[in-house]
Design a protein around this ligand. Structure first.
Ligand code: UDP
Length: 241
């Protein structure tokens, strides 16, 4: 159940429905990968066919930025709300906690990933942190060996985009992992290095405004939003897959 927004596939299911599919992937030993879709990535992909392919070949494309659900709604589409990358990661952690699944955290700076792992373990005591590795190791064989030795069900890759998506594509086959999720700056949030927007911003879908005020350098990324909405409204590629 996917909808196309400027040529990029986006799942229409809610977070809960997606979690059921993912749990069944784990139980059946299937490999799947999750990528978060936001207006910035759609705009880049519309000018870069390789990136488009990279996003579209993922198993699940979740409607992350608020702009995606707004574009869908304005065009009469089925995507009702957002499923944020960090929200999905948290849902996966809950699932892992419930079933004592093993997770591996790969990415960010050494201190950050360690702090994030400690905070996650505190919040979810029954999941198993099978291993962690900072995102600055250059030897990819070593990265793959470390992950495989830990045998995780779920691998979170926090290298930023599109680096993390490329890493997942290039290594998915040799990695003995079920679920791959690219999570961008989420370890920074779990570690407390970067604060998530206060709940009022989260609830009203205005986290972008909070981020803009607290990190003004993000303006370049946010400027893409109105342009994206304009293009998405004019495009004719709407439809279900
Ligand atoms: N990062 C990394 N290795 C790299 C480049 C970046 O581990 O070679 C990490 C960086 O430390 C940060 C995250 O990737 O924790 C990128 O976060 P950002 O918010 O830029 O990602 P986005 O979700 O915006 O793509």
């Amino acid at each position: 159940m996917k909808e196309q927004i400027l040529g990029v596939n986006v799942n229409m299911q809610s977070e809960e429905e997606l979690m059921q599919l993912i749990d069944s992937d784990i139980r059946n030993g299937r490999k799947s990968r999750i990528v978060a879709i936001n207006p910035e990535k759609v705009m880049m992909a519309s000018k870069n066919s390789e990136l488009m392919e990279l996003l579209n070949e993922s198993t699940y494309q979740i409607p992350d930025g608020i702009g995606i659900s707004v574009a869908s709604r304005l065009r009469g589409g089925e995507i009702k709300g957002r499923v944020t990358g960090i929200g999905m990661m948290d849902a996966l952690l809950k699932l892992a906690n419930k079933n004592s699944y093993r997770i591996f955290m790969y990415g960010a700076k050494k201190d950050t990933v360690e702090l994030a792992a400690a905070s996650i373990q505190g919040k979810y005591p029954k999941l198993v942190i099978a291993g962690m590795l900072d995102g600055y190791e250059k030897d990819m064989d070593k990265v793959a060996r470390t992950i495989n030795a830990a045998k995780p069900h779920i691998l979170f890759v926090a290298l930023g985009s599109p680096k993390q998506e490329l890493f997942i594509r290039e290594n998915m086959e040799r990695l003995d992992v079920n679920i791959f999720q690219g999570v961008g700056g989420s370890f920074d949030v779990y570690s407390g290095t970067v604060k998530r927007a206060p709940v009022v911003f989260q609830k009203t879908g205005t986290e972008w405004l909070f981020r803009l005020v607290s990190q003004p350098s993000r303006i370049k990324r946010q400027i893409a939003l109105p342009q994206f909405l304009f293009k998405a409204l004019r495009a004719k590629d709407q439809g279900s897959l």
